[in-house]
Design a protein around this ligand. Sequence first.
Ligand SMILES: [Zn+2]
Length: 104
Amino acid sequence: MSDPVHAVLLGGSSVVLAGLASAANAADTLSRPEQIAVLVIAALVLTGIYLLACTVWPYANCPRCEGSGKSRSPGGKKFRNCPRCEGTGRRERLGRRLLRKGDR
Ligand SMILES: [Zn+2]
């Protein structure tokens, strides 16, 4: 886990989970619709953080070639463009694709 975005997301979600846990302690005072609202708001906040991260860091390494953009021969000396990413070595993240669709 060297990806700083995922580290931030994991850190953020654990903070939210801790908040949810303390909210759960107070859940006796919350009515059922209010509990659902808390969950929905937490999900929206996490989604917002993820989409923001996807605009700042829109790409991840291609899973097939791990970012090299090359598909190597068995000997490892010859290569062609990776068919998955067409030689770019990068993969567009899901959030980025969703945002582009939203622009249209
Ligand atoms: Zn690739």
